[in-house]
Ligand binder design. Structure first.
Ligand code: HAM
Length: 417
């Protein structure tokens, strides 16, 4: 490495790429303003306790990845590894009376001493939001819907939204006990990280990506089933509200996320255009105690990696421009199916901007419409007839192997992603 090169996992950014960043920030600003959020810029450097106190002493970020040091005055300082803890400190510093709400967004560099790889950097940049003072499942659903709206608007749609619940702190003892009981007999066959987590943070084992561990994890108890009524009801309301808003999602019982401050809803958007490190954005509801404050601040938020977002945007454009074939053909059988097919096509184009979608309004026979779908190279065909309409489903046929599955209309985008 020459002395003029930037450090591994960091990079110099010049025009014209700088223009992409400015454009992205402006688009984010415009959308977040529409939802009533205001911009905040917090320092890149904070007291170390701002992070250790809230991210969790046993998390990978705190144990292995923080750029923490002592300054000349003996103060323990850290380059921020994420934005939430600092923004909550700033909100507390500004003053938050009981019943007050604050919704803020931010852009900026974050620092984690991870092993650099494609999409994994030591200095990376996030676009994030935090909303505090409104502790309701409807707020969670709106925040997630805003993320999906933003991604779609900037050409980074087409990801999978995975969601789960971590429940309340009072649910943890029974969850941890059940997980410890399940994993203990298997732990000698699991990776070093899992072995360490068995005693330090057992629920994080669920997040392990090691294939050998995965097999064991698949048999673990479902944590939501071990939660109290309040937590399960909260999560049901978030899911119902997302469905109501037309946001497609997948409940993912093993999703726990890497930071300890989460309660209730956690979510991630993954995208196939990213390869191995496929998380484009992540977030959830949290409880944070800013240093020096007695009470907890509860909020919901997320952050999206800017470098990863630009990679997804590029992969969406290449995908759309790479071929003239149709990705999805919609066969509409019968008069009533035509307007539904039109609506489905429009909604899928918004949700999956990388795909070419064509609905057939000719009212011809199934055979004739299938012939056309074949001719235009459709990889998947969605069949919408009277029976499907009545049941709120669609038949999704994979043209490569002729296999077909029936999918609820609300989950078609997820099935195609
Ligand atoms: P996180 O999942 O650690 O969450 O990071 C959010 C996003 O930042 C990831 O989905 C990814 O796009 C990007 N990212 C993380 N690490 C790297 C890296 N080493 N290189 C490149 N990109 C990376 C948080 O940071 C939470 N503060 C999110 C949040 C906000 N939760 C509630 N409010």
């Amino acid at each position: 490495m020459s002395a003029t090169e930037p450090l591994p996992g960091t990079s110099d950014l010049w025009e014209p790429e700088v223009f992409d960043w400015i454009e992205l920030e402006n688009a984010a600003r415009e959308i977040f303003h529409r939802y009533g959020y205001i911009e905040v810029r917090t320092p890149i450097i904070e007291r170390t306790e701002v992070f250790t106190h809230n991210l969790g002493e046993t998390t990978d970020v705190v144990q292995k990845e923080m750029y923490a040091f002592e300054d000349r005055g003996g103060r323990h300082l850290t380059l921020r590894p994420e934005g939430t803890a600092g923004v909550i400190r700033a909100i507390a510093n500004r003053g938050l009376e009981q019943g007050d709400e604050c919704r803020a967004f931010y852009f900026g560099p974050m620092f984690r001493g991870e092993r650099p790889a494609a999409g994994r950097r030591r200095q990376f940049h996030q676009i994030g939001v935090e909303a505090v003072g409104n502790n309701s499942p409807w707020m969670d659903a709106e925040c997630i819907a805003m993320l999906m709206h933003f991604l779609e608007t900037v050409g980074a749609g087409g990801g999978r939204l995975l969601i789960n619940t971590r429940g309340l702190p009072e649910d943890r003892p029974s969850i941890n006990a059940a997980l410890t009981e399940y994993f203990t007999p298997h732990i000698s066959c699991m990776c070093e990280d899992c072995q360490r987590r068995l005693s330090t943070n057992v629920s994080r084992i669920l997040d392990c990506k090691n294939p050998a561990c995965q097999e064991i994890i698949n048999g673990a108890p479902d944590i939501a089933s071990l939660m109290g009524e309040e937590s399960r009801k909260y999560f049901d309301n978030v899911c119902a509200s997302l469905t109501n808003l037309g946001v497609a999602f997948e409940v993912t019982p093993r999703l726990v996320r890497g930071l300890d401050y989460y309660v209730h809803t956690v979510f991630e958007v993954t995208h196939a255009g990213l390869g191995g490190n496929d998380a484009l954005a992540g977030g959830g509801r949290y409880q944070i105690t800013p240093p020096g404050m007695k009470g907890v601040v509860e909020g919901i938020g997320y952050a999206c990696g800017i470098e990863r977002l630009l990679m997804v945007r590029a992969s969406n454009v290449v995908k759309a421009a790479g071929s003239t074939d149709i990705d999805v053909a919609i066969v509409c059988l019968g008069d009533a199916a035509v307007p539904e097919g039109l609506k489905l096509a429009q909604s899928l184009r918004h949700q999956l901007p990388g795909l070419r979608i064509k609905a057939d309004f000719s009212a011809r026979s199934m055979k004739a419409q299938m012939r056309t779908a074949n001719k235009v190279g459709a990889k998947k065909v969605l069949i919408l007839g009277e029976n499907e309409l009545a049941q709120g489903v669609v038949v999704c046929k994979n043209m490569a192997d002729s296999s077909q599955v029936t999918v609820p209309l609300t989950e078609v985008a997820t099935a195609l992603a």
